[in-house]
Design a protein around this ligand. Structure first.
Ligand code: NAD
Length: 251
């Protein structure tokens, strides 16, 4: 015996949506992190055969594919990471139930920094209380078709939960004779322009001081690295539905 510690075997990934922007980013990030894409799957490929080859499945394809991906991963008992977005809420709830039969990490944003921003926002909202006015500002590239972003929507959910407010408190921009700001409103402002990958700022403003929490994404590699980290974490977890807050130990 040499006495040398054996290097861990590379994580084998079955990647769905492999020809897309995120699929390519994940393949590039896998090279950095010692994971191997054993099946690069896209439209028309035999998903079941590819999934059988992996230690885990990562899906960044289209929301219309998610039901099949979950069914096949559950049948093959493979841990699953879902990054695909755009599911109607009722469909997502139904699919999430099925996905929980294997260890499944499902997140609308796999950036480690954004997930820490979620946790910091919750903490700041709890500590600062209603003396501090909260406003969220997001900026994205000129091609983005929806507003506010999914990440901004999650930040707002967290703030509303901590402040015990409902969606009626949200103010999407302001114009005209709005009157003085009340302590029970939460502002949300969406800026669009250029090639901005995704900026989010949460402002807490009181009389005499202001705290700003800002995250700026400049490369989709951050989502790819987060998804690979989630896949590594999911292998060996009990079946269930998890998110990036679980992966990062932020709960
Ligand atoms: P894209 O359009 O560039 O790529 C999607 C790929 O999936 C394409 O190659 C397409 O052919 C393939 N595909 C579609 N249906 C399929 C099916 N039934 N079977 C197999 N392959 C299929 O899109 P993208 O920018 O790579 O984004 C993919 C998804 O990931 C989107 O839903 C996007 O919103 C989401 N996304 C999530 C995060 C996150 O952090 N969770 C980050 C970025 C993008």
């Amino acid at each position: 015996m040499s006495g040398k510690a054996k290097a861990p075997a590379p994580l084998r990934i079955a990647l769905i949506g492999a020809r897309g922007r995120m699929g390519q980013a994940i393949a590039a990030a896998a090279k950095e992190t010692g994971a191997t894409i054993v099946a690069a799957l896209d439209v028309g490929d035999d998903l079941a055969a590819g999934i059988a080859l992996g230690d885990a499945v990562i899906d960044f394809s289209a929301h219309s594919a998610t039901a099949d991906v979950i069914r096949l991963a559950v049948a093959a008992k493979k841990p699953l990471v879902i990054g695909t977005t755009g599911h109607p809420a009722a469909e997502k709830a139904k699919l999430a139930k099925l996905a929980a039969k294997v260890p499944c990490v499902w997140a609308g944003n796999f950036s480690v920094g954004v997930n820490l921003l979620f946790a910091l926002t919750r903490r700041a909202a709890a500590v600062l209380g209603s003396d501090y006015d909260v406003e969220v500002v997001e900026m994205h590239h000129r091609f983005k078709k929806d507003a506010p972003s999914g990440t901004a929507a999650r930040l707002l959910e967290i703030i509303l939960e901590e402040r015990k407010l409902t969606a009626a408190a949200l103010r999407h921009g302001r114009s005209g004779l709005t009157g003085e700001r009340t302590s029970t409103e939460v502002g949300i402002h969406a800026l669009r322009g250029g090639d901005v990958v995704g900026d989010h700022t949460v402002l807490f403003a009181a009389l005499g001081e202001r705290l700003e929490l800002t995250h700026k994404a400049s490369d989709r590699a951050i989502f790819a690295r987060g998804a690979l980290r989630a896949a590594r974490w999911a292998v060996g977890q009990k079946p269930g539905l998890y998110d990036m807050q679980d992966v990062l130990g932020l709960k």
